[in-house]
Design a protein around this ligand. Structure first.
Ligand SMILES: Nc1ncnc2c1ncn2[C@@H]1O[C@H](COP(=O)(O)OP(=O)(O)OP(=O)(O)O)[C@@H](O)[C@H]1O
Length: 259
């Protein structure tokens, strides 16, 4: 048995900085000196309030945005494709004109799977891995629920066997019960495949459930990082404490106004 050693990092981000420049000549520093790493098979959550820089950090790691400073090192992917990303809007990430099965076939074909029979096997396997089946291949996105669409988006991301899967508010648009199903699915996939997750979320309840470690961003800078359970159970910084306090706990009642 090989233990996950400290050196078995899938992602190592060092000193990341990003400044956006507007046409009018203004500058906005979205990230400053952000460093974190993720061990193979683990899940790192990036948390923080709206505008703290979570998506910018994720997009830089995915190669969709360039950093102004710093470096992103990603473990080599073997036969897979490195990084894939799943976004918040399940419908927006799928082609509305294409049936689910045809979309997956095309994706696999473009990535070099020539034989139709091989693709059909892989499509069945991928749908099965996200709790869908043959019946869903003929569906178009609009005839699926939000949760089913997000499962398809995850299947498409997994099709390319990424080393790292970035989930940017990937369950935020779903109802709580559907959210729980997709989170369980992500946990199952991680157990089966040892895939690594970078999980961007403003929802600390979800973050507590899915992640091993977390990074707390505020105005583009890391204010706290460590094991999720430690950070959320005993936050060292007032900002983190305020985020934790904002999460309703079991038994929480909305305050009623008297009179
Ligand atoms: N392309 C861009 N051009 C200019 N400013 C940008 C751009 N993208 C993001 N920003 C700014 O950078 C800051 C960080 O944005 P980012 O989307 O990374 O935050 P976030 O934490 O993901 O927020 P949210 O949860 O609302 O998506 C914000 O002030 C945002 O307005």
């Amino acid at each position: 048995m090989t233990a996950v050693t400290h050196r078995d990092l899938v992602l190592d981000v060092t000193g990341l900085g990003k400044t956006f420049h507007s046409r009018a000549g203004g500058a906005h520093e979205a990230l400053r000196d952000v460093s974190f790493s993720v061990e193979r098979g683990s899940c790192l959550a990036v948390v923080g309030e709206s505008g703290s820089g979570k998506t910018t950090a994720a997009r830089i790691v995915a190669g969709l945005e360039t950093a102004t400073e710093g470096s992103v090192e990603l473990a080599s992917a073997g036969s897979g494709c490195g990084v894939q990303m799943v976004f918040q809007d399940p419908y927006g990430s799928l082609d509305p004109r294409q049936a689910i099965g045809a979309g997956l076939h095309e994706l696999l074909r473009v990535h070099g799977m020539r034989r139709k029979a091989d693709r059909a096997d892989r499509v069945a396997e991928l749908l099965d891995s996200v709790g869908l089946d043959e019946r869903h291949t003929a569906h178009h996105p609009r005839s699926l629920s939000g949760g089913q669409c997000q499962r398809v988006a995850i299947a498409r991301a997994l099709a390319l066997e990424p080393t790292l899967l970035i989930l940017d508010e990937a369950v935020s648009a779903l109802d709580v019960s559907v959210q729980a199903q997709v989170l369980n699915l992500l946990a199952d996939i991680r157990e089966r495949t040892r895939i690594t997750y970078l999980f961007v979320s403003h929802d600390l309840g979800v973050v507590r459930q899915v992640s091993d470690t977390c990074v707390v961003l505020r105005k583009g800078q890391i204010v706290e990082q460590g094991r999720t359970i430690d950070v959320l159970d005993s936050p060292q910084q007032p900002y983190t404490q305020a985020l934790v306090d904002a999460v309703p706990r079991p038994g929480w009642q909305p305050r009623r106004r008297s009179g």
